[in-house]
Design a protein around this ligand. Structure first.
Ligand SMILES: [Zn+2]
Length: 684
């Protein structure tokens, strides 16, 4: 699962985006997913020694990792069930010619085009011909701005990214945002690390780019040279880019200027030509997120031979469309490097899975509309909102109990807490796709038009009032997020189901699992990143110096705790990169526990009453752990440790629980047990 794409603004996702699921799960639709499932428990494991294994071993035995998966967990089970539903919707929409709505025509024909490999293979590179010719015609750096604008319009991530974002200083206004970009490897450190594995990965990447050029018809020797060119340019861009850890601090990305002044920073690249061709505002406020990167880009444009720039652009065009848009040879080669070599997958996913996911990406709110009408009853929304409110109230009281925070900062924290907007299920108003033309038999053309539609939609927000009802995730998504500039929490319909949430199960199970998700997102408003934004979403310090120090001291405990974890031999977790997620995991689970205790006490429930052999409080913790049962390939675990702000699931379970004395009490764990930290960390 990939972390949420680096959309400008950077919302904080609960998990990685759900990984594509496997054939095994498709064959057995997950009809009996349960939030608390006693049959998954392994009684031979001491819960005080390894609670994750104790809670999940039964699931591991029942769910061997499918060959086409690199990461397969309980959320993938649900994702898989959802994808089967989407497939049905899409197949219906692709054949119901007489009765389908305008949106159903789009999703149905987009799916059918994507599935039509015969046509895709027959067309070859023809649908990209016009773009390839545009690149071939570039003979002077002076013409680069207009060409790059065209490539950005169709989603090609060459050199940098441009879009809209809320102003960090004024969350009510939307401005232009220029972001570092232009890399083909997962992130910048892949170009600079010197260990043997990283050196090998760069060789494999070179080989991949070489093969892609060869597939596009270049003679072998030229393809090899061109791959070297791509690597040289990307390495230069990478070295000038911030690390992913540095990018977590919004202060590092906040460099407000305006179009006129930004264009002075780019004497070798006509910003006027670029914004003209991109149909972006020619004046007004701009955020230059990474000035050092743009300075390097400006030099690169003038000191790199134009032929090399053409090569670099050609690579990124092929790379962007090599999924389901180009012939299977390109698709296979791209899978081979990104899924097999980097992440260990043994088999490519069936095409219908990738096409369903593609329609969800491109036309998510057209597909989501049909999905929620069928699978998301209004009562679910009400229950989720009640839970969000209960967790919010628990946090209110929790803030009162903090011994390290002053009364003044507590007051601000509570103001922010109560300003958080809870969004559940799907948008109040669905996106209008009427200007996006989807044609049967034109897979790549559809993809290109979908990118252009999204690019224009995003740019159109600049200078207009902020739309707080907009969603960054589609309704069927099995995930959730907090948006610091909106100060809202978002729970798509997709995650509000078993095994995370069920109307058939008790509060202990639902609060242990979905309650912790709700608490996690809420805590993001107060993690190392989120706490820098005020209740209105402005990047503005509302902390006293002492309280800030108190927060940082406590957060440091978490950084050390996770730095010490070796995910795969030789690769440790990055405590600073994962700090926000780890804070949200720990704070969120604590809040869910407090909210559940309140609810149980109000109902005079006996916490020590047992069902299925476990007391209610034990069921709460087991439900939490069982939400995380996941199998991961070692290659993927390495990628995750090096790129993902989320810790691997085993630590999202065990490390979090070692910090909670309430957990140890529920299972009567001794002070010396592995599941009890000698000095537990606590921030929230
Ligand atoms: Zn999160």
């Amino acid at each position: 699962m990939v972390s949420l794409a680096a959309v400008v603004g950077g919302v904080v996702a609960f998990g990685q985006n759900a990984a594509p699921a496997g054939a095994a799960a498709a064959a057995t639709p997950a009809a009996e997913l349960r939030v608390f499932d006693p049959s998954l428990i392994d009684k031979t494991v001491d819960p005080c020694e390894n609670f994750y294994r104790f809670s999940c071993n039964g699931w591991f035995k029942r769910n061997p990792l499918p060959a086409d998966e690199t990461h397969y967990g309980r959320e993938t089970e649900l994702y898989e069930l959802n994808r089967l539903r989407l497939r049905q919707i899409l197949e219906d929409a692709s054949t119901a010619f007489a009765t389908r709505s305008a949106n159903e025509q789009k999703i149905g024909d987009e799916y059918a085009s994507c599935m039509d490999t015969a046509t895709v293979n027959k067309l070859g590179l023809t649908p990209l011909q016009a773009e390839l010719e545009r690149i071939a015609a570039l003979t002077s750096a002076a013409d680069l701005p207009a060409l790059l604008a065209q490539l950005h319009t169709i989603g090609v991530n060459a050199f940098f990214g441009m879009g809209s974002n809320q102003d960090y200083a004024d969350s009510n206004s939307v401005i232009s945002y220029y972001n570092a970009g232009g890399l083909g490897l997962p992130e910048r450190d892949y170009y600079t690390r010197t260990d043997a594995k990283s050196v090998e990965q760069r060789k494999q990447y070179l080989d991949h780019v070489h093969k892609m050029f060869a597939l596009a018809g270049e003679p072998d020797a030229q393809a090899a040279r061109d791959a070297e060119t791509v690597m040289a340019i990307e390495t230069r861009l990478a070295k000038a880019s911030l690390t992913i850890t540095e990018r977590r601090d919004p202060q590092n990305l906040n460099h407000p200027t305006d179009v006129a002044n930004f264009s002075k920073e780019l004497p070798h690249f006509s910003l006027a030509d670029y914004v003209g061709a991109a149909h972006a505002p020619a004046a007004g406020k701009v955020n230059d997120a990474e000035p050092k990167f743009f300075a390097e880009f400006n030099s690169l444009v003038t000191d790199t031979p134009i032929g090399q720039i053409r090569t670099y652009l050609r690579w990124h065009l092929l790379h962007t469309y090599a999924g389901t848009g180009l012939p299977e040879s390109f698709d296979q080669e791209t899978w081979n490097f990104y899924a097999h070599t980097l992440n260990g997958a043994e088999k490519q996913q069936e095409r219908w899975k990738r096409c369903s996911s593609r329609v969800d990406r491109e036309l998510g709110e057209a597909l989501g509309q049909v999905y929620v009408a069928k699978y998301f009853p209004p009562a679910e929304k009400q229950r989720a909102l009640e839970m969000a409110l209960a967790v919010e109230q628990a946090m209110d009281r929790d803030i009162d109990s903090l011994d390290w925070m002053s009364a003044a900062t507590k007051l601000r924290a509570k103001e922010k807490l109560h300003a958080v907007m809870n969004k559940v299920g799907y948008p109040d108003k669905w996106r209008d796709y009427s200007t996006l033309a989807i044609e049967r038999g034109d897979s790549l053309g559809n993809e290109m038009r979908a990118h252009a539609f999204e690019f224009a939609r995003d740019l159109a927000k600049i200078g207009k009032p902020v739309d707080k009802n907009e969603w960054e995730m589609t309704a069927p998504t099995v995930n959730a997020y907090y948006d610091p500039q909106m100060n809202n929490v978002n729970f798509p319909a997709g995650i509000m189901q078993s095994p995370f949430f069920s109307g058939k199960e008790d509060d202990a199970a639902n609060y242990g699992d979905m309650g912790a998700v709700v608490g996690h997102e809420l805590t993001h408003g107060f993690d190392d990143e989120g706490r820098q934004f005020d209740k209105d979403g402005n990047l503005r310090n509302w902390w006293t110096k002492e309280d800030e120090q108190g927060f940082n001291d406590r957060a440091e405990c978490m950084v050390k705790q996770y730095d010490a974890i070796e995910a795969v031999p030789g690769v440790h977790l990055n405590g600073k990169l994962t700090l926000g997620e780890n804070l949200a995991d720990l704070g969120g689970l604590r809040l869910a526990w407090l909210a559940w205790l309140d609810k149980a006490e109000a109902a005079h429930v006996d916490l020590r009453a047992a069902t299925d052999g476990y007391t209610l409080d034990q069921r709460f913790w087991i439900a939490y752990a069982q939400g995380w049962c996941t199998q991961t390939r070692p290659e993927q675990l390495r990628t995750q440790a090096q790129t993902d702000p989320h810790s691997p699931e085993e630590y999202r379970t065990n490390s979090v629980l070692t910090d909670l004395p309430e957990f140890a009490k529920s299972f009567n764990c001794k002070k010396t047990a592995a599941m009890v930290a000698p000095r537990p960390c606590r921030v929230w």
